[in-house]
Design a protein around this ligand. Structure first.
Ligand SMILES: Cc1ncc(COP(=O)(O)O)c(C=O)c1O
Length: 375
């Protein structure tokens, strides 16, 4: 199984499973910017030998300042971490909730980190018929249920992704403000928010800096295509950020990551062309996937949740294997709580790669799955 370690983008597992060299896959299973890292990253790597003899800045001052400027918040409202993954874990270790409300399907690390911190999971089940949207009604019903069970305000954490992975849906910010008014604690993972042209309407980053019960987590690894570097940050009130910092491992963010973070934030042309390209290409790819008979869910991010209609015996797992042996990786999304074995997740890549995926899908889905297995 490609998701042996729980995530997409695992090229070594793909190599073991499908026999191609790790560098020879077209990878739709991890949601990275298809442009690859900005060119400034290669320049920095060349100069890095001079830097590694020193410890990194333990307070990540320069990058924090740039991020603060970028979001219009104060430096003391930002904590940088070793990827958003570190910060998800850190948030649970600090907040230590009795209950965690998740809108499922969602990124598996939310549930894993919650359970590791001793929390129970209280799921809101998002419905395919409602396009997997988190509605105010679903939130109100869950809140009423928790109150009936004697869960007091502020005892639970509501942890949402916006855009949510794997559905690509944004969360209505007013829904989060309603929860805050009820005295609840909310964490919003905006790992893919940089891909959203209407970020200013949907992001809660600025709001988090002014509210002691709201935290926003961001990742820099997806938008800047640097998942091997590990870089993310959390925005919150200065008091919350100071408490999180207390729990963080010293020098968690190495100097290369800090330097790359500072440099990529300067590249506004890269950001603007990514936003333009991803919106247009997602629209094209989604139209093509629909045309070959797949059900495609509307997404605000750089990936699409797709389901395979029943009929010819294909499941996401079987399709993943058949594509994998052709050197193409997709995510089997049936491993997300709340999705069945028809669901896959596909990243938006460059046109040439997307066309190769479509060609392979057309030939596979046009054939009977059992016949394909024998071929
Ligand atoms: C929704 C979501 N949040 C956070 C992360 C972790 O991101 P990072 O690479 O910054 O640790 C991922 C990674 O796939 C993700 O999908």
């Amino acid at each position: 199984m490609l998701e042996r370690f729980g995530h997409g983008g695992d090229l070594l597992t793909a190599q073991e499973l499908f026999g191609h060299g790790a560098d020879h896959f077209i990878d739709f299973s991890a949601n990275m910017n298809p442009f690859g890292p900005p060119t400034c990253v290669a320049d920095l790597l060349g100069r890095y030998m001079d830097v590694i003899r020193h410890y990194p800045d333990p307070a990540v001052r320069a990058l924090r300042s740039k991020l603060a400027l970028h979001h219009g918040v104060s430096d003391s409202s930002i904590l940088v971490g070793n990827g958003a993954a570190e910060l998800i874990d850190l948030v649970f270790r600090l907040l230590h909730p009795t209950h965690t409300v998740l809108a499922q399907p969602c990124f598996v690390e939310y549930g894993d980190a919650a359970v590791k911190s001793g929390s129970s999971i209280r799921a809101i089940e998002l419905q395919a018929e409602q396009e997997f949207r988190l509605t105010k009604q679903l939130v109100r019903d869950k809140l009423a249920l928790l109150r009936e069970e004697g869960v007091e305000s502020g005892e639970a954490i509501w942890f949402f992704g916006s855009p949510n992975n794997p559905t690509g849906k944004l969360i209505d910010p007013s829904l989060v403000h309603d929860l805050l008014l009820e005295g609840e604690r909310v964490v919003v993972d905006e790992a893919f928010m940089d891909f959203v042209p209407e970020e200013h309407t949907y992001s809660l980053a600025k709001a988090a800096a002014d509210h002691e019960r709201l935290l926003v987590i961001r990742s820099m690894t997806k938008f800047y295509a640097i998942p091997g570097i590990r870089l993310g940050y959390v925005i919150g009130s200065p008091e919350m950020i100071a408490r999180l910092q207390y729990f963080q491992i010293p020098w968690s963010v190495n100097s290369l990551a800090q330097g790359i973070g500072e440099a990529v934030l300067e590249d506004q042309e890269y950001a603007a062309s990514t936003l333009r390209f991803v919106a247009e290409e997602r629209c094209w790819l989604s139209g093509q996937l629909l045309a070959i008979g797949l059900t495609v869910h509307e997404s605000a991010a750089n990936y699409l949740l797709v389901s395979i209609p029943p009929g010819r015996g294909w499941t996401a797992g079987l399709l993943q294997r058949a594509l994998g042996s052709r050197g193409i990786l997709i995510r089997d999304a049936s491993r997300f709580e709340g999705l069945d074995n028809c669901y896959c997740r596909i990243a938006v890549r460059l046109r040439e790669d997307n066309a190769a995926l479509l060609q392979a899908l057309t030939s596979l889905l046009g054939s009977d799955c059992a016949a394909e297995g024998k071929a």
